[in-house]
Design a protein around this ligand. Structure first.
Ligand code: ADP
Ligand code: ADP
Length: 239
């Protein structure tokens, strides 16, 4: 049984022309799948439909046996605790520390002010430190996020996405703002930690080579349509 099923998904913003058209694919539990395609292909929109950050215009998104289209407020919150998000621009709170940002991923309501670490249980903090250690940034736990490099900030972003032990993590162009060296570090960590924790991963990328290297499967998107779904994406198809 697939963890994520997408069937005939269509999306238009404000009743304008469709930016996604008749998208269908499945993602199995534990798979690492990349979505590749040029800017404007609809990759971000596709991820936003999966966690219902935007409304779904047509078709079905079924996650963990729930019809995402029809979820009400409370079950929608539940859906989002099962889906972690990683962003191109990290989306951290710059004046908070690393550890506060990570805990924010699950327990956001407790971190409206600086210096509220004491409100977290030992277990909550242990999980956060475990992730930071796995990602090689434990030593920066008490630094403000705006003192870290881009690559380090993205590792904080990954830890925050994983703090709630989600079933799925959606990564929207996680390396698009990083140099090649930091990009490799991020992709290595992302692959390793999600594999180890058994978390399914769906990653938007625009570099075919990176997708080839890390993914179990690649989905090619162009002008809102699936143009490829398989393991061996040929560079010549990258139009
Ligand atoms: P990608 O992530 O592949 O670059 P996007 O999903 O960001 O693609 O964008 C696909 C198309 O949808 C683009 O034409 C973009 O301008 C449009 N779009 C994205 N977000 C919005 C929005 N909030 N309102 C209107 N149009 C949008
Ligand atoms: P990114 O590719 O990093 O997501 P974008 O510039 O595509 O950045 O989008 C930034 C924000 O602007 C997003 O929230 C997106 O939904 C919105 N957006 C993108 N295209 C449009 C558009 N044509 N009309 C309205 N909003 C848009």
């Amino acid at each position: 049984m697939a963890l994520l099923q997408i069937e005939g998904l269509g999306k238009s913003y404000n009743n304008e022309s469709k930016v996604l058209n008749d998208i269908s694919f499945n993602v199995k539990e534990g798979e690492f799948v990349s979505i590749i395609g040029p800017s404007g292909a609809g990759k971000s929109t596709l991820l936003r439909c999966i966690n219902r950050m935007v409304s779904i215009s047509e078709g079905e998104v079924i996650f963990n046996n729930a019809r995402v289209n029809t979820l009400k407020k409370r079950t929608l919150r539940q859906l989002r605790t099962n889906i972690g998000m990683v962003f191109q621009h990290y989306n951290l709170v710059p004046r908070l520390t690393v550890i506060e940002n990570v805990l924010h991923g699950r327990f956001g309501y407790k971190t409206t002010l600086q210096g509220v670490l004491s409100r977290f249980t030992e277990e909550e903090k242990e999980r956060a430190f475990y992730l930071l250690q796995k990602l090689g940034i434990e030593e920066h736990a008490y630094k403000r996020c705006d003192q870290l490099s881009g690559g380090q900030q993205q590792r904080v972003g990954i830890a925050r996405a994983l703090i709630q032990d989600p079933k799925l993590v959606l990564c929207d162009e996680p390396i698009a703002s990083l140099d090649p060296n930091s990009s490799k570090i991020i992709m290595d960590h992302l692959k390793q930690i999600t594999t180890e924790l058994g978390i399914t991963c769906l990653v938007n990328l625009h570099q075919v080579e990176v997708a080839q290297q890390y993914s179990d499967r690649i989905i090619g998107l162009n002008q809102g349509e699936v143009v490829f779904n398989g393991t061996n994406y040929q560079l010549t198809e990258d139009k």
